[in-house]
Design a protein around this ligand. Structure first.
Ligand code: FES
Length: 153
């Protein structure tokens, strides 16, 4: 088993913000091309800030810990600031991840971006070009994953 930091173990054993939000303003669903694991992230937006955020994942211990940390990092942030949360921030907040598990941190950061994208799209907000590009890539990967692993809603 890879060596995990105390923070990873803590978030894995007691994940923060686990579950589903009733009537979310945005939902992000992403799959990991390396392992096939899937993650859902739900957000509630109030006054341009992430008022609530929750996640569900069918991923590994690192996926659970990274999602838990992403929800902590995103809560109460403006959408603009939340969009800047990257996998490096996630790995850093967990005092590192074993190299073989770094791909898991992508799942959480990507799910957050997708949830914000979904919110912006539904509310006809102008979507930053970089976010649109990111979404196109993730959507393509999700379709490939669905074909490969038979994942669906
Ligand atoms: Fe799949 Fe970690 S092994 S998310």
């Amino acid at each position: 088993m890879p060596m995990y930091s105390d923070k990873v173990m803590d978030h894995f054993r007691n994940p923060h913000n686990y579950g589903k939000i009733d009537k979310p303003d945005g939902v992000g669903k992403v799959g990991n091309m390396i392992c096939g694991d899937v993650m859902y992230l739900y957000i509630k937006v109030k006054d341009g800030k992430i008022a609530d955020v929750k996640f569900e994942t069918f991923g590994c211990a690192s996926a659970i810990a990274t999602s838990s940390v992403v929800t902590d990092l995103a809560k109460n942030k403006t959408l603009t600031k939340a969009l800047k949360i990257g996998n490096n921030d996630v790995v850093e907040a967990l005092d590192g991840l074993p190299p073989i598990k770094v791909h898991c941190s992508l799942l959480a950061a990507d799910a957050l971006k997708e949830a914000i994208y979904d919110y912006m799209k539904k509310n006809k907000k102008s979507i930053p070009a970089e976010l649109e590009k990111h979404h196109q890539r993730l959507e393509k990967e999700m379709k490939e994953l669905e074909k490969k692993h038979g994942i669906s809603d």
